[in-house]
Write a protein that binds this ligand. Structure first.
Ligand code: KIV
Length: 272
């Protein structure tokens, strides 16, 4: 059992802060439904992110942009119903916080009220400072997200590593300090050089959770469908697959289909 699971019967933003201070690494995964969220909560995951990656792995869109606030709330409420220990963080989807800070607050309030989640995550730094501040003032915990921010994919043009150049690295570091200063409880750093992520983690007192950001940060996050091997084509260097569920599910369904067609399912014990 991890020391975090032993020490915290319920993960709060304060618990995450303590974990950083004590050097206890934070484990975070995405989930979008009741059944899988319940399994990973009982297995000891610290943070569950109801990510807008649902747009990709659940809905089959090419990007995270199409998913709506109503759809995120549906996924988040399903996850929250399964949770006993993990902190549940929900992505504010594209188009629900960039226009102005009042709309951002309204979106965050809908997520908190209608799903029962514990915090929200927004992509970006200085440009969305007003929105983050307004949400924080309403008492809603905010997780930041810097580096590769998939909602800006059409601006970047590519999913390649961000902040390799000094200017972008300096801006990222400044944004991270700003997010800490205004009161975010943690920051996700996606796909940036490990050295830069280490510098950020050492420069702020709030937990830094990395995805493709090396090992010198305070925790790691992966998309659950990727780490369980349900997705096949997506194979970035940072992804470790712990299972090959794609092939296991495919084999199981193939066998079931054969059994049904051949009359081997159900057998005498499997009927009334
Ligand atoms: O939506 C998501 O799954 C995310 C993670 C990749 C951090 O934002």
């Amino acid at each position: 059992m991890s020391s975090a699971k032993k020490n915290y019967s319920r993960i709060t933003t304060n618990a995450l802060h303590k974990m950083k201070q004590q050097g206890d690494k934070i484990a975070m995964l995405t989930a979008y439904d009741f059944t899988l969220a319940g399994i990973i909560d009982k297995a000891g995951i610290d943070i569950i992110l109801v990510g807008d990656s649902a747009s990709n792995v659940i809905a089959g869109h090419e990007t995270t942009l199409p998913i709506t606030l109503d759809q995120m709330i549906y996924h988040a409420a399903s996850v929250v119903r399964a949770i006993e220990r993990a902190l549940v963080v929900v992505d504010l989807p594209f188009g629900t916080y960039q226009a102005d800070s009042k709309e951002a607050l309204r979106s965050a309030i809908r997520i908190m009220k209608e799903s029962g989640a514990h915090a929200v995550k927004l992509e970006g730094g200085e440009k969305i400072k007003d929105s983050i501040e307004r949400i924080l003032k309403a008492g809603i915990p905010v997780m930041g997200h810097l580096g590769l921010t998939p909602q800006s994919i059409y601006k970047f043009g590519t999913y390649t590593v961000r902040a390799r150049e000094d200017e972008e690295a300096q801006t990222l570091l400044k944004d991270a300090k700003m997010l800490e200063e205004i009161g975010c409880f943690a920051i996700v750093l996606e796909k940036i050089p490990a050295k830069l992520a280490q510098k950020v983690a050492q420069s702020v007192s709030i937990p830094i959770i990395g995805i493709g950001a090396g090992d010198a940060v305070d925790g790691q996050v992966l998309v659950m469908h990727d780490m369980l091997g349900m997705t096949k084509e997506f194979s970035p260097r940072f992804l470790r697959r712990y299972l090959n569920l794609h092939d296991q599910i495919s084999n199981a369904v193939n066998q079931y289909t054969k059994d049904v067609k051949s009359g081997h399912f159900p057998n005498a014990d499997e009927q009334y």
